[in-house]
Design a protein around this ligand. Sequence first.
Ligand SMILES: Nc1ncnc2c1ncn2[C@@H]1O[C@H](COP(=O)(O)OP(=O)(O)O)[C@@H](O)[C@H]1O
Ligand SMILES: [Mg+2]
Length: 415
Amino acid sequence: MRILTFTGKGGVGKTSVSAATAVRLSQLGYRTLVLSTDPAHSLSDSFNLPLGAEPTRIRENLHAIEVNPYVDLKQNWQSVQKYYTKIFMAQGVSGVVADEMTILPGMEELFSLLRIKRYKASGAYDALVLDTAPTGETLRLLSLPDTLSWGMKAVKNVNKYIVRPLSKPLSKMSDKIANFIPPADAIDSVDQVFDELEDIREILTNNAKSTVRLVMNAEKMSIKETMRALTYLNLYGFKVDLVLVNRLLDTNENSGYLENWKAIQQKYLGEIEEGFSPLPVKKLRMYEQEIVGLKALDQFAADIYTDTDPSDMMYDEPPIKFERHGDVYEVKLKLMFANPVDIDVWVTGDELFVQIGNQRKIITLPLSLTGLEPGDAVFKDKWLHIPFDLDREEQSRLQKGNRDSREAREQNVYQ
Ligand SMILES: Nc1ncnc2c1ncn2[C@@H]1O[C@H](COP(=O)(O)OP(=O)(O)O)[C@@H](O)[C@H]1O
Ligand SMILES: [Mg+2]
């Protein structure tokens, strides 16, 4: 089953692009399911049809579903939740708050993703299109097995942390304390959910079958957030194969009082193409009206994919790689230059700047690298290798060295 995940800031056009992609896939004969996990559902508005929390038929080869995250959460988590709530309430937290506290942020959507496995196993679909909540937060949560397993295991072990007297012989335990022992069904739920989320992570990071497409607008905030998403998706092994810039004003038309916006968009478009290169960047125009109904979605799909198959791999390699060799962390960037000269690399805050001639690329650094200074960059076989030394002594030496002039640094950059 081919999986296409669309993500991006709220309002940029994720749902419209997801729905259009699904329409095109179904026309090409793929049995397609488009699934929205964004609690702010708008898939039904997009198709202009009522949709439920189970797949609804839209046309031949096309089903759509708006997952109700709370239903899915309850199904998978209720036994754990009951147990957690009891513990929190025993500590004086009110019932409603206790209920809330049993749900980690982003967790609702995570449970919606459990459906992926079910639909994959059913064999009923050739393609699954995921319309997700803003900017990959859930994918990030999913890709943090450590965080996740911590959260899950904490449930199992919570009795250890909060009830000291448990170390006393069982017979001496008061009833109240005995109540804190997690019931078997809660432990089973935790185990099962954790295993299943691991399976989902494997399915979504299978780079031969599953890709992520970033939807954005040519606006400052949207660019920053999308850059960040690209960094984290690459870091955690998700494959991004296309960037879609939506809602562009037509440069051939007079846009009246939006003329200034047009200039702003063109400026940012340049930054986007440089910043996301070598990923393909698809430009999509602003329509005269909302994109609603099958006919409009069909037109939108034609703009997005022309006559290509949406299930094709649009780009086959991660544009950013993160590797660790001992104490040295290496950020590798794919650059589409044959032989770049004049490369300068520096870090400001959590952003890595790479200046090549008059072109500049900005990459968001993972948190673990912020505050570190890059070492000397080396360009080899189309990849720019930028080392970050995690060793602290080495760091202070480097930082001192970095006060040297920019010219001195540039001399160390190989071509
Ligand atoms: N290129 C476009 N031209 C005109 N309207 C658009 C375009 N892309 C999206 N829209 C409209 O903008 C609104 C938000 O789009 P939507 O796809 O729901 O965004 P998201 O899912 O990212 O929140 C919808 O009413 C949609 O029809
Ligand atoms: Mg949406």
